[in-house]
Each structure stands twice: as structure tokens, then as C-alpha cells.
Design a protein around this ligand. Structure first.
Ligand code: GRF
Length: 197
């Protein structure tokens, strides 16, 4: 595969970065027609930064607190992505809302993962709310991002059972295990749809 046949990807993350790691590992496989050009993290102390350093992944740390306006921060991300000819952005545990302009500019080229079976349980604390709901299943979703939070066409979802004895901790780790499986699968679906495979 020559470099020009590869989808150029940027991953955005904020903290632990386990979804970023699972995507980066997938993209690094020889048969995946994609290249991880850089990662971007908005929190200077995020745990995931170390993985990038250890694995020679170019990681831009851009503290959103240095920007007065949300749109200025987003313009900086946009500038980085356009100047590096990024084809696809994957938000992976990126805990910042992106402006409507940014999301529209990257329409259908911006993916997100959310720890619930969307459209149920948009927003934060999904595991706690899933437990409180009395429902028997919970899960995770990868979707195209749209300006409204946790909205957009669903690419793939995976449900997990909620057990009576579940705590937030064990439910969230059961969901996270599936997140690490479905984000690479969703990426492959998008790469196929865009003709890279
Ligand atoms: C994940 O559950 C993701 O779906 C949510 O925040 C968590 C981030 O975890 N948005 P990690 O940083 O990918 O480990």
C-alpha cells in the first residue's frame, strides 16, 4: 500500500486514552489502509499522552483553558487537521463539546464513541444512569458526529447485559471492553464505505 492510498487520521482524546490506544493499535496493523498522523489531547496531564510518547505517535497537547473562546480552540484543531491533510477525525474519549461550525466543516469525517446505546442516555454518567434505569441492557455506540451532543448516524452499537449485582465500576469495564472492539470495527466500516479497502 502506498502512502497515498491511506486514510489520514487524527484522534482526539482527553484522559486515560484507552480508546485512542485501541484505535492506534488497529491503525498500525499492516493491512489497515489508514495512517495515524497525530493525536490531540486537551488536558496536559492526561494519562494517554505517555502511550503516544512511548510509541512515537505525534501528540499535540493543546490545553483548552488557554483559549478564551470555544471557537478559538476549535479553530486551532481545524488548522492542525487541515494543514496535515487529515481525512478523518476520531474523537475517542474527547470530553469537549465542539462548535457547530467545526462539526459542520467536518461533516461525515468526524466520528465519536459514546458509552450508551444511543439515542438512550446522551451526556455524562451513563453507567450510573443505566443502573438507575432498571433496564436489562446497556452498551456503547460509534456514530458520525453532528452539532447536537451525542447525535448523528449510528455506525455500530454493541449491547451488554446489566446484572442485578452490577456496580458502576464493573458495568463500565464491561462496556469499555466492547468499546475497544467496536471502534476499530466502525473505522473499518467507514474505510470500506470511503473506498480505502
Ligand atoms: C469512554 O467510555 C468513552 O466512550 C467516553 O469516555 C470514556 C473515555 O475512556 N466518552 P478512554 O479515555 O478512551 O479510556
Amino acid at each position: 500500500m502506498s502512502k497515498k492510498d491511506l486514510c489520514r487520521i487524527a484522534i482526539l482524546f482527553s484522559g486515560r486514552g484507552s480508546n485512542m490506544r485501541s484505535l492506534a493499535t488497529h491503525i498500525s496493523r499492516a493491512n489497515v489502509p489508514a495512517e495515524l498522523v497525530f493525536t490531540l489531547c486537551n488536558r496536559p496531564n492526561a494519562e494517554g499522552i505517555e502511550f503516544c510518547q512511548t510509541n512515537q505517535i505525534d501528540c499535540h497537547v493543546i490545553d483548552h483553558k488557554q483559549y478564551e473562546q470555544r471557537q478559538d480552540f476549535d479553530e486551532q484543531i481545524n488548522h492542525l487537521c487541515t494543514s496535515h491533510n487529515i481525512d478523518l477525525i476520531c474523537a475517542a474519549g474527547f470530553m469537549r463539546l465542539l462548535t457547530e461550525k467545526f462539526v459542520s466543516d467536518w461533516h461525515n469525517r468526524l466520528l465519536n464513541i459514546h458509552p450508551s446505546l444511543l439515542p438512550e442516555l446522551k451526556g455524562l454518567n451513563t453507567h450510573e444512569r443505566a443502573l438507575q434505569s432498571g433496564k436489562e441492557e446497556h452498551g456503547c455506540t460509534v456514530h458520525y458526529m453532528r452539532p447536537a451532543m451525542d447525535e448523528g448516524p449510528i455506525i455500530i452499537q454493541k449491547s451488554v447485559p446489566i446484572h442485578l449485582e452490577d456496580t458502576e465500576k464493573c458495568l463500565s469495564s464491561r462496556v469499555l471492553e466492547q468499546e475497544h472492539i467496536i471502534y476499530p470495527q466502525a473505522l473499518d466500516i467507514v474505510l470500506k464505505n470511503r473506498g480505502y479497502y
